[in-house]
Design a protein around this ligand. Structure first.
Ligand code: TNX
Length: 539
């Protein structure tokens, strides 16, 4: 049975759920349409625990799997695979009090239950990020062509384990064996670009705070974290050839707080932390507008040679680099060069949005010159959708954000990332009572964030041009990671599902019930998510 018709078959799944997930209350499978006031259950069957929904979920022919003190994890010697296996072992320990052995050699000696993690170079059908997970009485098998696919298979497994495995320190007086439902899942993402953006410029977030956000992305199989590293209110990354950027430009933020910045070593640590979770950091230095922090740090970047004061308000559009001066391009070359050297991925985002003080000709000339610089440092350029009005080379990428951007131009973009403000902007308020966030693109309740199709949003764009989607979170109103989490979740999970799950499975009723099932897990992770009243949160 494919997951597309799971709702028709929920009665078949009820017994498995009862055994597999140890829920006492489900002698009869619940109907998916749970009234908001009734006690809450997710859709029956293993899929009820999963966000994003896998492409194919079949109820296994065999028995559920029990994790016991004799359970072993088999993984080959590849360091990436060993790391994934060690992570799984730790999650199992937290969920059960049992630490599975990870023997260094494969053997047929294991009579007890086995969890195997297998990278199969010839599993071409699974693609770059797909996996196959089957759970039977004595064997849990995760197979993939790449470590990334294996990682996503393990994230699915993680959502099938008891939620209390997300607590950092669970102490068990004695092991508490857990079961996993008998199931076969074959899964691969719909889009290669499943991103989030965090604005660390308007307010600064520490390395540890950003790592927490990376953890949330990885759990939901997202694979890009775009960092907005500079804006009018702050410059957040050390540039050795232009030290005042952080010595002066990094010391402020919206509201006048102390700001902050990442040293290059800290940034490299963040890149490595994210990469270990298959999240690529995409750096953005916004230009020629949104540059007051840089202009305040170096007088020569200004046309009049005078540095403006630092800025701690929230206006946009007033600042611009002096596009007619050579020093501007020497500066950009140095900045792009240093950041490119720290960046594993092939992308550099140059911003390009909301410039109100340049002529269209000045703007076009600037973007095209920056595109050349970015490429000279071996990177592909990304820009906000204003850059669609310039001559872009075939490798460049346009990030669509303005709901009213000209579709004709977007349709000509070589590549597109979709972040429509009225759907994907996590800094829009949920409704008029939301204390944090903005509302220039309207209110964005969870259903609005979920109920759209990236493939048809810009009818003029060819399917091949659409890389995927990204959920930006701008931080004018967000002082710390708790505020970030409140606006991000649950909507980030909606964007994750749009990026991962096949369009044929799109179903708000199914999604909201599965979302409700994430509540205990997110709570155990300490996430300050918004308990949207339309979602049946499980206690
Ligand atoms: C527009 S989105 C901006 C940001 C603001 C954001 C607030 C974009 C490319 N520019 O400068 O922070 O709106 O939602």
């Amino acid at each position: 049975m494919s997951i597309g018709d799971w709702r028709l078959k929920t009665e078949d799944w009820g017994p498995w759920l009862c055994i597999g997930l140890l829920l006492a209350s489900c002698a009869r499978a619940p109907k998916p349409k749970t009234p908001q006031t009734a006690p809450v259950t997710a859709p029956s069957g293993p899929a009820g625990a999963l966000v994003p929904l896998p492409a194919l979920v079949e109820i296994g022919p065999g028995q559920y799997f029990t994790i016991t003190p004799t359970t072993v994890i088999l993984a080959n010697a590849d360091p990436a695979v060993r790391r994934i296996a060690a992570d799984l072992a730790e999650r199992i320990r937290r969920a059960t009090g049992i630490t599975p052995d990870m023997p260094a050699v494969w053997a047929d000696l294991f009579a007890g239950p086995v969890v195997e993690l297998v990278v199969q170079a010839d599993a071409a059908a699974l693609g770059d990020e797909g996996y196959d997970l089957s759970i039977g009485a004595n064997l849990v098998s995760v197979k993939a062509r790449t470590p990334a696919g294996l990682f996503y298979g393990v994230q699915t497994l993680r959502q099938l384990l008891p939620y209390w495995g997300e607590y950092e320190a669970v102490m068990f007086r004695q092991p508490r064996p857990a079961t996993l439902p008998a199931v076969h899942i074959r899964d691969a993402p719909r889009f290669p670009w499943r991103g989030a953006m965090l604005d660390v410029a308007r307010h600064f977030f520490s390395v540890d705070e950003v790592k927490r956000y990376v953890d949330v992305l990885a759990l939901h199989k997202m694979n890009r974290l775009h960092l907005h590293l500079s804006d009018d209110q702050g410059w957040r990354i050390e540039i050795r050839t232009w030290p005042a950027l952080t010595e002066r430009g990094g010391q402020t933020e919206v509201g006048g707080g102390p700001g902050g910045f990442y040293t290059q070593a800290q940034y490299a640590d963040l890149v490595a932390y994210a990469a270990a979770r298959f999240v690529m950091i995409v750096p953005e230095i916004d230009m020629p507008g949104h540059t007051n922090a840089a202009l305040a740090s170096y007088a020569e970047l200004n046309c009049n040679g005078q540095a403006p004061p630092v800025f701690t308000g929230t206006d946009v559009g007033f600042s611009a680099m002096c596009v007619d001066k050579d020093v501007t391009y020497r500066f950009i070359d140095d900045v792009v060069g240093e950041i490119a050297g720290l960046t594993k991925g092939p992308y550099f985002h140059m911003g390009g949005d909301e410039v109100k003080t340049l002529t269209p000709e000045q703007y076009r000339g600037f973007v095209e010159r920056v595109q050349t610089i970015v490429q000279a440092h071996g990177k592909q350029m990304i820009g906000w959708d204003e850059v669609a009005a310039t001559r872009l080379s075939p490798t460049s990428i346009v990030q669509h954000w303005r709901p009213d951007a000209a579709h004709g131009e977007l349709g000509r973009a070589p590549h597109l990332i979709l972040s429509p403000g009225n759907r994907a902007y996590l800094d829009m308020k949920y409704d008029r009572d939301t204390a944090l966030g903005l509302n220039w693109a309207g209110f964005v309740p969870v259903k609005t964030a979920y109920d759209w199709d990236p493939a048809t949003l810009v009818p003029e764009a060819s399917a091949a041009a659409i890389l995927g989607l990204e959920a930006p979170l701008w931080s004018e109103t967000l002082a710390n990671i708790r505020d970030v989490e409140f606006l991000a979740l649950p909507r980030l999970a909606a964007i994750a599902e749009l990026g991962w799950s096949p369009v044929a499975t799109h179903d708000w009723e199914s999604f909201r019930l599965r979302l409700g099932a994430q509540g205990p897990r997110w709570t155990a992770m300490g996430i300050n998510f918004y308990r949207a009243p339309e979602i049946p949160w499980r206690q």
